[in-house]
Design a protein around this ligand. Structure first.
Ligand code: AHR
Length: 529
């Protein structure tokens, strides 16, 4: 439990600089990732057309409603590592004629995993995914198989999705499933983690592959935004190696690349342990104060990763034609916290993951000039999930509530905000450590400013004077996500244990005085006079 909050009278300041724009916050910074892994698709999203669970054409209705309410902009599918094992042709045509295939993740599934997670029935294929996106108001972002299919098959998948009605045999195949009009899928990833599960390429080899895939796109399709697979966290050599190889082919080659995808997971390594894929990970729910701060400290590396990779990209792509995409980010804990233990990688997000997610979304907003898309891993029943679902049960996690609160940033103009607050001091492995006291991001939407703030301190509230430089505030509304217990989480039996609550802030001229409780995420909606 948290100790009682000690409010320190106005010890903190936030300055919002409306005349220092950073860039437009692409709605796609609030994107999602749904891999055919564990319980994400079969159980989380797809319940089947004949299911007793409320559904829209086979997709869980409660999920659709939630995703619409958070303005979910884009969903990446089908992987992840799964993408590089997937033959898109298995997922088209009459559902009863589709093949059953061994899922890429079969060997890692926990005991008792349902049959559909081990042997993919291919009932959720391209048409069903596009229908799901339409129902939720999102755009599809498809990841092509580079490791085990030829480039030609990428071109064919694009053609299946985007060729005009009646133009080609594949357009007819799409039409025979009731989708005569093209899907118009704009975003395509070329492979996934080609330095690992996606083919163990060198960066130069992958650059060659990428260019071959670009050449495989059929000419008549609508414009595509192609995403090249980028580095794992701080693998600077991957970034420089890929960009150098593309530059050797000529600067104009950068024009074919919309985004370069960084992956960064926060492992919450147990203290005293270094990188260790399984044993070194911390627990999602059973953690102490130091684990809390260490998870946030590790997550906060996102800003440095964006800065440094961006700088390396600019050494060859001098006009910064290529933007960063962070198409996998989230926390990743050891197994054991899941409400449905047979779902691979499923974990229970807590208040800590809400603060982590808010902090990460703030980082993307602050870097809106560099980051064009980000996809939280993963949407439902997996790592840093917004939702948990099993059979007819469903709940919104604290991470889902953060996405709901932050949706108002979408499409705004990110402006610079300066935060000053006493640092959090703690002890790690016998040494003094510290972390920033308040941080966040601000965006302008006409006469409305959205300010989001996280207070990472587990026991000290921060009172802050928020000043808008150059404008007066006429009203302020506040929404706060916090709990007296830092381990708080929602469950099927107690789905509203942690939900945002309205709060008040005092307005005077250009200043607002606001209290940020310990371990909290806050959204301020400020109307300018
Ligand atoms: O999100 C789970 C896995 O993590 C993805 O399949 C892979 O891309 C990453 O390593």
């Amino acid at each position: 439990m948290l100790s009682s909050a000690v409010a320190v009278a106005a010890d903190s300041r936030v300055e919002i600089l409306l005349d220092e724009p950073i860039g437009r916050i692409s709605p796609n910074l609030y994107g999602h990732f749904a891999e055919n892994l564990g319980g994400v698709i079969y159980d989380g999203i797809w319940v089947g057309r004949d299911s007793k669970i409320a559904n829209v054409a086979g997709v869980r209705r409660a999920l659709i409603e939630q995703m619409r309410s958070i303005k979910a902009p884009i969903v990446r599918f089908p992987g992840g590592c799964f993408a590089d094992s997937y033959d898109w042709r298995d997922g088209i045509g009459p559902p009863e004629q589709r093949p059953r295939r061994t899922n890429f993740w079969a060997s890692q599934l926990p005991a008792g995993a349902p049959r559909d997670q081990r042997y993919d029935p291919n009932q959720f294929g391209t048409n069903e995914f596009v229908d799901f996106c339409r129902a939720t108001g999102s755009q599809p972002y498809l990841a092509a198989n580079v490791r085990s299919l030829p480039a030609e098959e990428f071109g064919h998948w694009v053609e299946y999705c985007n060729a005009p009605a009646g133009s080609t045999t594949l357009a007819d195949a799409r039409g025979s499933q009731g989708d005569a009009a093209p899907f118009g899928v704009r975003y395509w990833g070329v492979g996934n983690e080609p330095w690992g599960c996606g083919g163990t390429f060198t960066p130069a080899e992958y650059a060659e592959e990428f260019c071959r895939y670009v050449a495989a796109v059929p000419e008549s399709t609508s414009p595509l935004s192609l995403v090249a697979s980028g580095p794992d966290k701080d693998d600077w050599n991957w970034t420089s190696g890929f960009f150098d190889a593309v530059a050797r082919r000529g600067q104009s080659e950068f024009g074919a690349i919309f985004g370069f995808a960084l992956h960064y997971y926060t492992w919450n390594l147990s203290r005293g342990r270094t990188q260790d894929f399984v044993d070194g990970k911390g627990d999602a729910v059973a953690f102490d104060a130091v684990d809390w701060y260490e998870l946030l400290r590790q997550g906060d590396r996102m800003e440095t990763l964006i800065d440094r990779h961006w700088q390396i990209m600019g050494e060859t792509d001098r006009q910064h034609v290529v933007k960063l995409v962070v198409d996998e980010w989230g926390t990743w804990y050891r197994p054991g916290s899941s409400p449905t233990p047979e779902n691979l990688f499923e974990q229970t997000p807590t208040l800590r993951d809400a603060v982590y997610s808010a902090m990460t979304l703030d980082t993307f907003n602050r870097n809106a000039d560099k980051v064009a898309m980000a996809n939280c891993a993963q949407l439902v029943n997996c790592l840093n999930s917004l939702y948990l679902a099993h059979e007819d049960r469903f709940c919104v996690t604290p991470v889902g509530h953060v996405f709901a609160m932050y949706a108002d940033h979408q499409d705004g103009q990110a402006v610079r905000a300066i935060f000053s607050a006493p640092r959090v001091a703690y002890e790690r492995d016998g040494s003094a450590a510290s972390f920033w006291g308040l941080n966040g991001s601000a965006s302008l939407h006409g006469k409305t400013v959205i300010l989001t703030v996280t207070n990472p301190h587990i026991s000290v509230a921060r009172e802050a004077t928020v000043r808008i430089r150059g404008a007066n505030v006429s009203s302020a509304e506040m929404s706060v996500l916090t709990h007296a217990d830092m381990h708080a989480h929602n469950s099927f039996d107690d789905p509203n244990s942690i939900v945002p609550a309205a709060s008040t802030a005092a307005v005077s001229g250009s200043e607002v005085t606001a209290m940020f409780p310990p371990a909290s995420v806050t959204k301020l909606t400020l109307q300018l006079a």
